[in-house]
Design a protein around this ligand. Sequence first.
Ligand SMILES: C[S@@+](CC[C@H](N)C(=O)[O-])C[C@H]1O[C@@H](n2cnc3c(N)ncnc32)[C@H](O)[C@@H]1O
Length: 241
Amino acid sequence: MTRSAAPAQEEGYVPSPPPEQMDGDHLSYEKTRRALRDLRRVNRWLWGYPSVLRSLLPRLNSGQRVLDVGTGSGDVAAAVLQAAAQRGVDLSVIGVDFKLRHLTVGRSWHPGQLRVVASADALPFATGAVDHAFSSLFFHHFGSDSNKAIVGEMQRVASQGVVVVDLRRSFLLRLTIGPLLRLLGAGSVARNDGHLSVRCAWSLAQVRSCQLQGRGQLRRRFPFRFALTLPGAEPPQQTLP
Ligand SMILES: C[S@@+](CC[C@H](N)C(=O)[O-])C[C@H]1O[C@@H](n2cnc3c(N)ncnc32)[C@H](O)[C@@H]1O
């Protein structure tokens, strides 16, 4: 009798991680609000905003539309709007999330952003409808097949380009995430999801081998993140020498 070999795993394949508590349907409004508040603290104190701003800000011009995919409360989008305004760049931001409740909590904190309930793998926008699309702490929620579809959608709707920022796999982060979350006073949902996120974070090698469309640039961002920039639906205009 011959033993059948286990199916060979395609290069660059990353399985889907288990769902985070925040992505489920059973959290009360109060627990959701608390978890989003904790996430805002994580972004504020653990260098969440600078990782996005460094890649996104230099690309932005007044009058542009920016899409934040998996926006949550719209906390990072608010930081982008504020930093751009300080440089005299006037933007409109649209946040997409599949949880209406996250958008509702966010609206009370950051009015003035457009918010759309939709799934990231089927964005309800025409090709090139926005100038830039970005995501923060979102990529690690998915395996490679879903991420190819989602990043492909972001590239389709964004004419200029896409920025994906997320946690980078790190042993040091695995060791320190518990004390860091305790220090920030995080509640049980944020602690559970924080640990899971760190366990499911991709290594740079995994991001590189995922075969996302187009020539991208992958950079480390201090201390535990990466930033991936990719072209959008429209190739940049060729300039004559
Ligand atoms: C960890 S939170 C990140 C929120 C925000 N981007 C930040 O950095 O603070 C991930 C968000 O992605 C949303 N989400 C998860 N799967 C999604 C999907 N398939 N389509 C749209 N949103 C999704 C969740 O509801 C949640 O609000």
